[in-house]
Design a protein around this ligand. Structure first.
Ligand SMILES: [Fe+2]
Length: 187
């Protein structure tokens, strides 16, 4: 959820097909020649302050050059713990429900439920597989990150700044802070 407005990170760590490195060499080479490229935008909903939308345009390209398939995805974020993912496809219907539940410092439970029409069942299975692989790629980055309270943004990252402002509404003075975790280490 936390990088749903960070559109530029998609083209850095989510471009490879989910199957890369997990298939035998011939299929691996083939999937390496295919890439997924993204552009999009994030906006909050002025009518419902706890809701925000990410609109993604996804382009599947061969050799990073030739477009094979284009689609779009709308991610509706409902508060900090729920997201509804709806790919726009020309047939059937498929929708993903993603939930995020904090369990403790640096620990959360993430559940993915994907509902599909029989015509899009295969697509739904691929979407779950892709979501899990891409989450692993995100976690690899998150394990090395630190949070800057006053981050400096370039012009292209203004949506991330707006997202942080939007996300801030879900914290209060009573929200447990990570300071508790730091205190326990100072003996
Ligand atoms: Fe990501």
């Amino acid at each position: 959820m936390e990088n749903v407005a960070d559109i530029s990170h998609l083209n850095k760590i989510h471009t490879s097909m989910p199957f890369v490195g997990r298939l035998n060499s011939i299929w691996d080479k083939l999937t390496k020649s295919l890439g997924i490229f993204y552009r999009g935008s994030w906006t909050d909903d002025p009518k419902e302050p706890h809701v925000a939308f990410t609109q993604l345009f996804v382009d599947y390209k061969f050799m990073s050059k030739y477009s094979l398939l284009q689609t779009s995805i709308i991610v509706k974020s409902v508060g900090p713990g729920l997201a509804v993912v709806k790919p726009e496809i020309g047939f059937g219907c498929t929708v993903g429900i993603l939930s995020f539940t904090p369990l403790g410092p640096f620990q959360q439970r993430h559940e993915i439920l994907w509902y599909s029409h029989p015509a899009t069942m295969l697509l739904g299975r691929m979407a779950i597989h892709g979501a899990v692989i891409n989450l692993e790629r995100d976690i690899f980055i998150w394990n090395y990150k630190s949070i800057a309270a006053k981050a400096i943004y370039v012009k292209e990252e203004r949506e991330m700044k707006a997202f942080r402002r939007w996300y801030n509404q879900f914290y209060s003075e009573n929200t447990p802070r990570i300071k508790f975790h730091v205190d326990t280490l100072s003996w």
